[in-house]
Design a protein around this ligand. Structure first.
Ligand code: NAD
Length: 496
């Protein structure tokens, strides 16, 4: 995809027709109450569209059609290879509409257009294509039975899935749920974040065009405490998959217990340690990666490397390098292809990030950034910020800020690094920088996190399972492990 220039994207933005209705049973429809809410762009604070504000009645309707299509087998009983072909067509249509989807993502949640084009769209395509390709290559099991029996261990689609997703990577996060859920034969209801509903709504029409039968893929926009809660409490949803904050994840587990004990799989928050030893292969490279780990996507990344653990002997030198590297990350107009830091998703999150920066000023030492900036009038922007001399007990080191605020903490020994790294309720990711192979392996084993990256940050692709230890969630997205969420295991024992 070509990146063009600022004028190109501004002109394209003006000519966009934005769909804001829900998608149920293959049609765009208003919420049954006809209620809508305003979708505001964080780029400039202007309204983009009115969005259907779905509630309980819409949940009931969508669940009924999803259940019917599942029971009728219009999708669930198709051969895996047939579903695969449709999903690959769906991916091709997403690619064909890639520019429009990238632009919607940027306008809706503020990320730089260059990242939407080069990260979000390709990441979404890889998710759909890799997962679709896998489905007709997975075999079930035949058990080692006595001669007079045959034991079959098979996987079958769960049924009706609800997927509740966040706003930081709206399309990619949705695709990690949609791809395995759909290709495994389930019917699904996608609830995008109220802060970023546009691409989810847009791809529903592409799913229909690709040949996904009506009622199999539904999109219900709206607020978490309304439509999100209605889905989580619904008695005819078999599985709820979620990506979002740990607080909401906990609430969803309660809702499941209060209703039909639907399976709940959560991908939740993080406060990931990026651990740099004095014997890191290249300190300049480690510093550039540490900056990117907190600046990319405005720091609105579940795996942001928000705690930088640095061996004391190199601390001064290394922090200077990180501060320098962070100066390469400059907030600008998200529609300008040269911009690498966009807008914060909305006013609430903007104030939250600024609040933590104020808190940090009283707790640690501000080494870089820390200011609100205004590259586009009316939008929400803040400079990437580095605090040095942070203690792991300070709130900027303990709480997930979900913004570009980096806390640097020093350590003296490997044992101390492990203790600090694991002293968090979260366990999503960790980075380890060392030339010592033995130390790298020991650290990788000791750190309680779902993803560990050695001498890099954010390694892996669709082949890598993704998810958290501890309060970062349960289950895994991506890779073949993702199918565990969308299938039930059945044992069929036959006496011969
Ligand atoms: P959030 O928890 O506020 O919202 C996530 C989704 O849940 C939204 O669609 C929201 O409308 C819905 N929701 C909110 N309250 C609800 C309720 N009571 N019942 C049902 N649904 C409800 O999270 P967010 O602010 O959108 O996203 C940021 C969070 O997501 C961060 O904590 C981040 O770490 C996490 N995240 C995790 C991963 C991962 O894979 N582990 C990936 C991306 C983001």
């Amino acid at each position: 995809m070509n990146l063009h220039n600022l004028e190109y994207w501004q002109t394209k933005a003006k000519s966009l027709t934005i769909e804001g209705r829900a998608f149920i049973n293959g049609e765009y429809v208003n919420a049954q109450s006809n209620a809508t809410f305003a979708c505001i762009s964080p780029v400039d604070g202007k309204k983009l569209a009115d969005i259907a504000q779905c509630t309980d009645a819409d949940a009931d309707l969508a669940v009924t059609v999803a259940r019917n299509t599942f029971e009728q087998g219009v999708w669930s009983k198709q051969a895996p290879a047939e579903r695969k072909a449709v999903m690959l067509k769906f991916a091709d249509l997403i690619e064909a509409h890639g520019e429009e989807l990238a632009l919607l993502e940027t306008l809706d949640m503020g990320k730089p257009i260059s990242h939407a084009v080069h990260v979000d769209i390709p990441g979404t395509l890889r998710s759909f294509r890799w997962t679709a390709e896998a489905i007709d290559k997975i075999y079930d099991e035949v058990a080692p039975t006595p001669d007079n029996e045959i034991g079959l261990v098979t996987r079958e689609a769960v049924g009706v899935i609800a997927a509740i997703v966040p706003w930081n990577f709206p399309l990619i996060m949705a695709s990690w749920k949609l791809a395995p859920a759909l290709v495994a034969g389930n019917s699904i209801i996608l609830k995008p974040s109220e802060k970023s509903p546009l691409t989810a709504i847009k791809i529903a029409a592409l799913a229909k065009e690709a040949g996904i039968p009506d009622g199999v893929f539904n999109v219900l926009p709206g607020f978490g405490h309304e439509i999100g809660k209605a889905l989580a409490l619904h008695n005819d949803i078999d599985t709820l998959v979620f990506t979002g904050s740990t607080g909401v994840a906990k609430q969803l587990l309660i809702y499941a217990g209060q209703s039909n004990m639907k399976r709940v799989w959560t991908e939740a928050g993080g406060k990931s340690p990026n651990i740099v030893f004095a014997d890191a292969p290249c300190l300049d490279e480690a510093a550039a990666a540490a900056a990117a780990a907190i600046c990319f996507n405005q720091g609105e990344v579940c795996t942001a490397g928000s705690r930088l653990l640095v061996e004391s002997s190199i601390k001064e030198e290394f922090i200077k390098k990180v501060a320098l590297a962070m100066q390469e990350w400059v907030p600008g107009n998200p529609l300008d292809p040269a911009t690498n830091v966009g807008a914060i998703v909305d006013k609430v999150q903007h104030e939250r990030v600024l609040g933590y920066i104020e808190q940090g000023r009283t707790e640690g030492e501000l080494s870089s950034g820390g200011n609100k900036v205004q590259p586009v009038e009316g939008g929400f922007y803040v400079q990437p910020t580095l605090f040095s001399d942070v203690d792991n007990n300070m709130s900027i080191a303990r709480e997930e800020i979900f913004g570009s605020v980096l806390s640097a903490i020093s350590f003296d020994t490997m044992e101390e690094a492990i203790q600090i790294a694991n002293d968090t309720p979260y366990g999503l990711a960790a980075g380890i920088w060392t030339r010592d192979l033995s130390k790298a392996h020991k650290m990788a084993k000791a750190v309680r996190a779902g993803s560990v990256w050695v001498n890099q940050w954010d390694g892996g692709d669709m082949t890598a399972p993704f998810g958290g230890f501890k309060q970062s969630g349960n289950g895994r997205d991506k890779s073949l492990h993702a199918f565990n969420k969308y299938t039930e295991v059945k044992a069929t024992w036959i006496k011969l």
